[in-house]
Structure formats: structure tokens, C-alpha cells
Design a protein around this ligand. Structure first.
Ligand SMILES: Cc1cc2nc3c(=O)[nH]c(=O)nc-3n(C[C@H](O)[C@H](O)[C@H](O)COP(=O)(O)OP(=O)(O)OC[C@H]3O[C@@H](n4cnc5c(N)ncnc54)[C@H](O)[C@@H]3O)c2cc1C
Length: 293
């Protein structure tokens, strides 16, 4: 079968921010065999960027050097004895709906996170209701040389929006613990979460979710609002007037606009409250030196 390898693929098509220049190469493996063959064959100096739904990424206007690997074909979903085995490319929103219909609860707290299973695990995605790691049993990944490995939850260290996996590890699937429940009750919990999000967050506009991590004991959104930055704008990048920790793309924002806006936010919050805001989003691609510290 011919390998799905595209050249100069515009990354704006693959990020929820709708921002990002071209990936030098964009590879969509058809399955583990295809991915493993690519990892074994590739020149070691060729950088690799893994991509889920692109919902936590700011990709530079100049694009990404090397190969972006998109795991959209890893779509398997299997439930065995209240254990869910899901492929890395499975989208969380659709998965949660399917589990609700089947009367399988436990992951509703992830409702409204527009990412994949792989990206969710890598980011240890979470809400006030918990972290994805709370329900995780194991992660299966290909290491940088293409060897398939499985690690149990207890063997992995998780933190706020991070997990420790070997460099270059490509998550192909994950296993979660579920709890059987009444489908109506699960669906109701999901509906409540979505309604709450629509009230609090600009979910109808292009963004990458929260820009900054919440500093200990405080909320980044509160600090940004207190610094008078709600609605602040650089080009088409704007601090949401609904939730100040969201920067939204009003149409034609470039990564450079977002970067200049988030630097302004960091500076003003530092001046006003002495807090150093750290990025929750990940910056990928060619940014000027020092831009992403
Ligand atoms: C409207 C909105 C609301 C959001 N709300 C939340 C929220 O409540 N809580 C929250 O935690 N996040 C939230 N996010 C951010 C984002 O959805 C999460 O971080 C999500 O888990 C990212 O998943 P993804 O598949 O989009 O990953 P991507 O953004 O594509 O990638 C994120 C990181 O994971 C890596 N990665 C992706 N797939 C793999 C893989 N298979 N193997 C190894 N590494 C991989 C990437 O290289 C990158 O480093 C929100 C985003 C938006 C746009």
C-alpha cells in the first residue's frame, strides 16, 4: 500500500487555532506496522512531531521542519470487563458519547475537551473533575526506534498537564478503567458539563483552550482579567472577553500575533501581580530564539 506522506501540508488545517504554516512532511500511518516501518527507516536527524487533534498547539507561521505524524487512523475502541482500550487517534468527545450510550461511565469529567486519546494522555488532560491519569490503567507506545512497549499507570509519573514518557515515544493506544452506570445519568452529566463550558468558555471560536497553566492557588484567567487585558488584541488574535485565559482567532490571526499578545499578557501580569504565567499550550515549529521560554 502506498504510504500517506504529504509534502508542505498547511498545519492551519490541523489545529483548532486554525493557525500554522506548512509541515515539511505530514505522515498519516495506516496502522502500527506502517508507523513502525517509518520509525525504523527514518534518518535519526529528521525531527518528528506527533499530532492528535491539534487542540493544544500553536504552530509557527514558518511551519514545522521534519515530519509531523498524525495518528488519525488509530481508531480502535474495545471494551472488555469494564476496561476500555482505545486507539490514540480516537476523539474524546465522540468516545464519551459512545460510552454513555453503552452505559459506561467514569470519564465524563473529560467532557468538552476537543482532543484525542493520545493527546489527552500525553497532556494529562483534565478538568476540575480530575485528570485523565486518574482513570488510566496503561499506555502502549512505540519508542523512537519503533519498538512496541506497554507501561502500567503506576510506572509513569504524571503532573499538571504533563507525563513522563521516553523522548520520541509515540502513544498508539491507552487502557482506562470504566464504571457501569445508567446511560441516562451519564448522558445528563455530559450535558451539564457542556452547558457549563458554553457559559464559561468561547467554545464557538477558534482557540487552543487555556493559554496558561493556573499558578498554584490562583487562576490565570483571574490574573489576566485583573490586569485589564480582557478583549486586548494583536491583529486577529484576541483575549476572549468571555474567559481571559483563552486567546481566540477572530479570523486571520498568525502565530506571530498570538505570540506577541501572550508576551504582553505575561509582562502585564508580572507587573501587576508578580506572577510568572507558564504556557499550557505547546509551541511547535520555528519560533524566534527565546520566544517560547
Ligand atoms: C475549546 C478548548 C477547550 C479545552 N479544554 C481543555 C480542558 O478542559 N482541559 C485540558 O486539559 N485541556 C483542554 N484543552 C486543550 C486540549 O484539548 C488538550 O490538551 C488535549 O488533551 C490535546 O489533545 P490533542 O489530541 O489535540 O493533542 P495535540 O494538541 O495534537 O498535541 C498535544 C501534545 O501531545 C502530543 N501528542 C499528541 N498525540 C500524541 C501521541 N499519540 N503520542 C505522543 N504524543 C502525542 C503532541 O506532540 C503535543 O505535544 C482545550 C482546548 C480547546 C480548544
Amino acid at each position: 500500500m502506498k504510504r500517506d506522506m504529504r509534502l508542505q501540508e498547511p498545519m492551519a488545517r490541523h489545529t483548532t487555532f486554525r493557525i500554522g504554516g506548512p509541515a515539511e512532511r505530514f505522515f498519516v500511518p495506516s496502522g502500527i506496522g506502517d508507523l513502525r516501518a517509518f520509525l525504523e527507516e527514518r534518518p535519526r536527524e529528521d525531527p518528528i512531531t506527533l499530532l492528535g487533534a491539534g487542540s493544544n498547539l500553536l504552530v509557527s507561521d514558518e511551519g514545522i521542519r521534519g515530519t509531523v505524524i498524525h495518528l488519525g487512523a488509530f481508531q480502535s475502541v474495545r471494551v472488555e470487563n469494564e476496561r476500555l482500550l482505545a486507539g490514540a487517534g480516537v476523539m474524546l468527545p465522540g468516545l464519551l458519547q459512545q460510552l454513555a450510550r453503552d452505559g459506561l461511565g467514569g470519564l465524563e469529567f473529560l467532557g468538552g475537551i476537543p482532543g484525542t486519546v493520545g493527546g489527552g494522555v500525553r497532556m494529562n488532560a483534565g478538568t476540575e473533575g480530575g485528570w485523565i491519569a486518574d482513570r488510566l490503567l496503561s499506555v502502549t507506545y512505540l519508542d523512537a526506534s519503533g519498538t512496541l512497549r506497554r507501561q502500567r499507570r503506576e510506572e509513569i509519573t504524571f503532573g499538571y498537564r504533563q507525563m513522563a514518557l521516553p523522548r520520541g515515544a509515540c502513544i498508539v493506544g491507552a487502557e482506562f478503567r470504566l464504571e457501569p452506570d445508567d446511560p441516562m445519568r451519564i448522558a445528563e452529566r455530559l450535558r451539564e458539563r457542556m452547558a457549563d463550558r458554553r457559559k464559561r468558555q468561547p467554545v464557538h471560536l477558534a482557540s487552543a483552550g487555556c493559554i496558561f497553566k493556573n499558578p498554584p492557588g490562583d487562576a490565570a484567567g483571574r490574573l489576566i482579567e485583573a490586569a485589564g487585558l480582557k478583549g486586548a488584541r494583536v491583529g486577529d488574535a484576541q483575549v476572549s472577553s468571555q474567559h481571559a485565559n483563552f486567546v481566540v482567532n477572530r479570523g486571520k490571526a498568525r502565530a506571530a500575533d498570538v505570540l506577541s499578545l501572550v508576551r504582553r499578557i505575561q509582562e502585564r501580569v508580572r507587573q501587576e501581580s508578580g506572577v510568572e504565567l507558564a504556557f499550557e499550550i505547546e509551541m511547535v515549529g520555528v519560533f524566534e530564539k527565546g520566544a517560547v521560554s
